[in-house]
Design a protein. Sequence first.
Length: 221
Amino acid sequence: MTDREILSRIDHTLLKAVSSWEEIKVLCDEAVRFKTASVCVPPSYVKPIQNEYADMLKICTVVGFPLGYSITAAKVLEAERAVLSGASEIDMVINIGDVKNSRFDYVLEEIKLLKKTCGGKILKVIIETCYLTEEEKIRMCEIVTDAGADFIKTSTGFGTAGATLTDIELFKKHIGEQVKIKAAGGVKTREDLEAFITAGAARIGTSSAVKLLSGGAALGC
């Protein structure tokens, strides 16, 4: 697997609360140069990036991030404004409390509403695997599929643990054919990147891939 092939699956990510515009611009410049799948940024930076870079890159942003327990109406509004501002991909966090309370119908309806709000844009559903049992993860695979979302995503990167290969393999067994997988959190070496892609991740959310691979990508390998 070449470095360029790996980079084409990377959501080049900067979601720290203290992220400055200068840091965001570096992220975007790298994404353009090394042709990553997208930049994943805080909602407040979507419009400035769209104004500065237009169609030079794809903008991904987050909704209900990172805890997921904001009300559905707030998530819908966040997604609506993000799309209007120029985001082409939305990574939403489920209400994990609803999962723990077995209120799976609420989770399903929320994802459906977000997908409707996103229209033709990509919706990725973050289920935060570190807080879920295997049974709950399987149920979420079924719900994400039934809701018509485009991706199931392992983690926010702000929980107690990130992506694992075991979870990617579990997802593959239980998601529908139209659902793709995004791994995020703790994917920090080239070996990690290749292993997660080989296991079935169509996207990887990370801040470190460009630094790891930019030398090779610059050479076109």
